[in-house]
Ligand binder design. Structure first.
Ligand SMILES: NC(=O)c1ccc[n+]([C@@H]2O[C@H](COP(=O)([O-])OP(=O)(O)OC[C@H]3O[C@@H](n4cnc5c(N)ncnc54)[C@H](O)[C@@H]3O)[C@@H](O)[C@H]2O)c1
Length: 169
C-alpha cells in the first residue's frame, strides 16, 4: 500500500511497537511525526520529525498537531500507540498511578482525536494499539479496563471513518 503524500502522527514511537509502526508507515511513503516524551532510540530519517509530547497533556497534543500542519500542511493518520502498563494489582494501586494510566492510555485518545479534528483537514483515521483486555491478568487490571474501553470506542466510531487496529487481543 502506498502512503505517499500522507502525514501520520504516531504516539509513543521512540521505541517498541510505536517505533515499528512508524518505520512501517515511513517504508510505505508516509511522513511521520514521532510524538513521545522521550527522544527516539533509533535514527530517524528526514521524512520524520520528533516532537516531545506528553499525550496526556492537551497543550502538548495541540503543539504536535500544529507542528505536523506547519511542517507538511496536512494530517491523515493518528496512531494512538503511547501507553503505559504498570504491573500493579488493582488493590495496591495508588490514586496517582490510576490517574496516570487513565490519562496516558485513555484520555490521550480523546485529546488526539479532538485536536486532530479541530484543524478541519484531518478526517479521522485513528488507530490504536490497545487490546480488548485480558481476563485473569491480576497485576494489570487498570490497563486492561482502559484498553477494553478504547476497543469499544474504536468499534463504535467505525462508521465515522475512524478505524480501529488492535495489535493483540
Ligand atoms: N508490548 C506488548 O506486549 C503489548 C501488547 C498489547 C498492546 N500493547 C500496547 O502497545 C503500546 C506500545 O507498547 P510497547 O510495548 O511498545 O511500549 P514501550 O514501553 O516499549 O514504549 C512506549 C513508548 O511510549 C512512550 N510514552 C510513554 N508515556 C508517554 C506519554 N505520556 N506521552 C508520550 N509518549 C509516552 C514511551 O516513551 C515509549 O517510547 C502500548 O499502548 C501498549 O499498551 C503492548
Amino acid at each position: 500500500m502506498s502512503l505517499a503524500g500522507k502525514v501520520a502522527i504516531v504516539t509513543g514511537s521512540s521505541m517498541g511497537i510505536g517505533e515499528a509502526i512508524a518505520k512501517a508507515l515511513l517504508k510505505d511513503g508516509a511522513k511521520v511525526v514521532l510524538a513521545d516524551i522521550k527522544e527516539p532510540t533509533w535514527q530517524i530519517p528526514e521524512n520524520a520529525i520528533h516532537v516531545k509530547c506528553d499525550v496526556s497533556n492537551s497543550a502538548d497534543v495541540q503543539a504536535v498537531i500544529k507542528k505536523a500542519i506547519e511542517k507538511w500542511r496536512r494530517l491523515d493518520i493518528i496512531v494512538n500507540n503511547a501507553g503505559i502498563y504498570p504491573f500493579v494489582p488493582l488493590e495496591n494501586m495508588t490514586e496517582a498511578q490510576w490517574d496516570k494510566v487513565m490519562n496516558v492510555n485513555a484520555k490521550s485518545v480523546s485529546l488526539l482525536r479532538e485536536q486532530g479534528c479541530s484543524i478541519g483537514i484531518y478526517k479521522g483515521c485513528s488507530l490504536g494499539t490497545c487490546t480488548k483486555g485480558n481476563y485473569g491478568q491480576r497485576n494489570r487490571t487498570r490497563r486492561n479496563s482502559d484498553s477494553g474501553r478504547w476497543s469499544n470506542f474504536y468499534r463504535r466510531t467505525g462508521n465515522e471513518s475512524i478505524s480501529r487496529n488492535d495489535t493483540s487481543g
